[in-house]
Design a protein around this ligand. Structure first.
Ligand SMILES: *Cc1c(COP(=O)(O)O)cnc(C)c1O
Length: 431
């Protein structure tokens, strides 16, 4: 038995499924999770000393690679000053200034402790601001695990095949309406069916929790127009795309304005952090300025702020990181697509900048229904092949590959070579 297996056996006795988040379980790919002992740059090492080229990157935060020295040093320094005060600090002011100074339409921001919390709170602010209750989300988009948003969600919910979660009272999701990603008509229909009742439309501007599904040309623009026409707010859930597609996030990348934006992942650099922000008039509704209550004992935690500030400062000072990441993404996913075409594989590559995935289906994937046509058994074979060659992918068809600044061409070329072996092997590649 490996150390990972031993630990997993212990874990299963005391933790549901042996994990603290379902996406970490390897059940859907018929394996047991590797217990990770350490990580550096583009690599992770497990408890048995196996080294993996990592394409999960803690699900997005590690855009500079693991254990970046500047982030580590900032955290160590902050720890020396005390772990938490439950009081206002300089670091959180700097963080808020940095976000408001770089993200369009974010004039005020509130720090929280996770992406889930950020989205839950942004929805509350949107409802408080508009005086309306209903929200529109897209099938296959994941916005964290708060009650109102666990409706036809992506990510782990999709992998587990759970349509909606048990334990969520019907009342909690009654005001959540589902639309079809990349289909603005489906949103227009909801606005017509529920005039002046919809507080907000929330969207992953580039969907990355049903695999990676970029927005079609005009989709986000149509959402912007519909929201403005109907007095609803447009919320970009940028927990993944924020500070990844560019320093101005998806708003900058696609050139579409949102009213509220949620963050997580990259702004914490690996620490538990989230944030939501938007125009001043909306954010002024949040307590203590306004009637929308939202609080947090550890929000704006100084150690977490130090980590995030260190990472964001590097990204701000080196805009070429984004140019390189997006170019590298285009090259890598482009090469992967050529490889699949050459192999005649019943699969396709879908990507947006440094995010991408392989869907094991020939149906063009533009939304959840199309993503669901993927052959997850084939993904399992692919996943196992890659893992056995030291390449660590998400243990699910419906998650992204995350590139980081630490992924160099030579590592990516090796990844392509391992992919090639899989797709060109007769028994597996052609069937
Ligand atoms: C990860 C994610 C969340 C939830 O963030 P947590 O920190 O896991 O709570 C919300 N929205 C999107 C788009 C995400 O990818």
């Amino acid at each position: 038995m490996t150390k990972s297996e031993e630990l997993y056996e212990r874990a299963c006795k005391v933790m549901p499924g042996g994990v603290n988040s379902p996406v970490r379980a390897f059940g859907s790919v018929g394996q047991t999770p590797r217990m990770i002992a350490s990580a550096d740059g583009a690599y992770m090492t497990d408890e048995d000393g196996n080294r993996y080229l990592d394409f999960v990157g803690s699900w997005g935060p590690m855009i500079l690679g693991h254990n970046h020295p500047a982030v580590r040093e900032a955290v160590i320094k902050a720890c020396g000053d005390g772990l938490s005060f439950g009081a206002a600090t300089a670091r959180e002011v700097e963080m808020a200034e940095l976000i408001c100074g770089s993200v369009p339409n974010v004039e005020m921001v509130r720090m929280v402790n996770s992406g889930t919390e950020a989205v839950m709170s942004a929805i509350r602010a949107a409802r408080g601001f508009t005086g309306r209750d209903r929200i529109v989300k897209f099938t296959g988009c994941y916005h964290g695990h708060s009650d109102a948003l666990l409706v036809q969600a992506g990510s782990g919910v999709m992998t587990a095949g759970i349509p909606d979660s048990a334990g969520v009272p019907e009342g909690c999701t009654r005001d959540t309406l589902s639309a079809v990603y990349n289909d603005a008509e489906s949103v227009r229909n909801l606005f017509e069916a529920f005039p002046e009742e919809i507080a907000a439309v929330i969207v992953e501007p580039a969907a990355a929790n049903m695999g990676v599904v970029p927005p079609r040309a005009g989709f986000l623009e149509s959402l912007r127009k519909l929201c403005t026409e109907h007095g609803a707010l447009l919320i970009f859930d940028e927990v993944i795309t924020g500070f990844r597609l560019g320093f101005a996030g998806a708003q900058g990348y696609f050139g579409v304005d949102a009213d509220l934006v949620t963050f997580g992942k990259i702004i914490g650099a690996g620490m538990p952090v989230g944030a939501y922000g938007g125009r001043r008039e909306i954010m002024q509704k949040v307590a203590p300025l306004g009637p929308v209550y939202q609080a947090g004992t550890l929000s704006g935690n100084p150690v977490a702020m130090a980590a995030g500030l260190a990472q964001l400062t590097i990204l701000r000072e080196h805009p070429e990181i984004y140019t390189q990441l997006n170019e590298t993404g285009d090259w890598f996913f482009g090469e992967a697509a050529k490889l699949l075409a050459a192999a005649g594989a019943k699969a396709q590559v879908s990507s947006c900048g440094s995010l991408g995935c392989i869907f094991f289906t020939e149906t063009p994937v533009v939304n959840y229904a199309a993503a669901k046509t993927s052959d997850t058994a084939r993904y399992t074979e692919y996943f196992r092949h890659m893992l056995s060659h030291g390449i660590y992918l998400a243990p699910s068809q419906f998650e992204a590959m995350f590139l980081s600044a630490a992924h160099r061409r030579e590592e990516l070329q090796r990844t392509l070579d391992v992919m090639q072996e899989f797709f060109f092997s007769d028994s597996r590649g052609m069937g």
